[in-house]
Design a protein around this ligand. Structure first.
Ligand code: BDR
Ligand code: CA
Length: 318
């Protein structure tokens, strides 16, 4: 069994990614750590509990982490897309209470879980990287004990979805992204924004996926309605994703963590994050020429097995 730790800011695509991980027969989800991002960290905890309840998996420990980025307050959230509560503002009177969240903080939980299982835990981060950067600062040996790190975040063609050239997770905490990209010395795989746009699925598949006769599919339909409708608008398709299709960004990072043969082709380049630019703060830099002598190299997903991806998506709701 692969041990997988998930670090999330549970919006709708995080929920999809979590459900994919829970459905994978070869994966043991050893914990879910929560961080600010799409919505407040309290909402993120509530949302993760709702997802776990929908999957009958409330035994998985949930930890609350950073409420804000490393520096100041980015003022960035994604209520317009994921709904103010992060899960499409779909009412749920049976939602589990926050008393189910562990007392231990997410950052110390990451350090503890990885140290208890050196070399065995993979981490999939689908959110601003604040928890990971703080964990690294508290325990610099942490990355060397991780099996691998999978991140949804950053961009390769300087096309932003949150600022002119900043992808949401990196723009929401550029310093944290900088620390993780520069200092996490373990095999690192990135599902960047443009890659996810190039790898979109059809709306026909999406409708088939949602039409499954299961309680998980009904749950997904409810929380997805808001962002589904936005994704169908001409403005969204023209300005953000340059095409029409279903993009479950965070699921690509989790699919790569689940299945080693999911990534068919990737680039391997040194990367970093812009911290000071007026328009470029939070943008990822990819050095294809070799100027950044000391920067760490990461795998940038380029081509993945979309048939496998569809199977994993379908299984998530079964
Ligand atoms: C990322 O931003 C968030 O809104 C999504 O959950 C995803 O992690 C995409 O840029
Ligand atoms: Ca996310």
């Amino acid at each position: 069994m692969k041990k997988l730790l998930l670090d999330v800011d549970c919006g709708v695509d995080d929920a999809q990614a979590i459900m994919m991980a829970l459905a994978a027969p070869n994966v043991q989800v050893v914990g879910i750590t929560c961080v600010h991002g799409n919505t407040s960290v309290e909402n993120v905890c509530k949302n993760v509990l709702r997802v776990l309840q929908a999957c009958n998996r409330l035994e998985i420990p949930v930890f609350k982490g950073a409420a804000k980025p490393i520096l100041g307050d980015s003022g960035i959230s994604a209520g317009h897309f994921h709904g103010k509560d992060g899960l499409g503002d779909a009412p749920d009177c049976n939602a589990p209470g926050l008393e189910l969240v562990q007392k231990e903080n997410a950052v110390t939980a990451i350090i503890r879980i990885v140290n208890e299982n050196p070399g065995e835990v993979s981490l999939a981060a689908t959110a601003p990287l604040t928890n990971l950067a703080l964990a690294m600062r508290m325990d610099p040996s942490l990355p060397s004990k991780l099996k691998a790190l999978y991140i949804m975040g950053g961009n390769t063609e300087s096309r932003g979805n949150t600022t002119v050239c900043g992808e949401f997770n990196f723009a929401a905490d550029p310093e944290a992204a900088y620390v993780v990209l520069n200092e996490y010395h373990c095999p690192t795989y990135l599902a960047c924004w443009e890659f996810t746009c190039h790898s979109m699925l059809s709306w026909e598949f999406c409708d088939e996926w949602l039409a499954q006769e299961t309680s998980k599919a009904r749950f997904m339909k409810k929380i997805f309605r808001h962002s589904y409708e936005i994704s169908q608008t001409e403005r969204f398709q023209k300005e953000f994703v340059a095409g029409s299709g279903f993009i479950s960004c965070d699921s690509y990072a989790v699919a790569a963590a689940i299945d080693d043969s999911f990534i068919i082709e990737s680039d391997y380049y040194p990367v970093s994050v812009e911290l000071t630019g007026t328009h470029t703060r939070g943008m990822m830099i990819v050095d294809t020429v070799g100027f950044l002598k000391n920067a760490r190299k990461v795998f940038l997903m380029k081509k993945v097995d979309l048939e496998k991806f569809k199977q994993m998506m379908m299984a998530a709701l079964q």
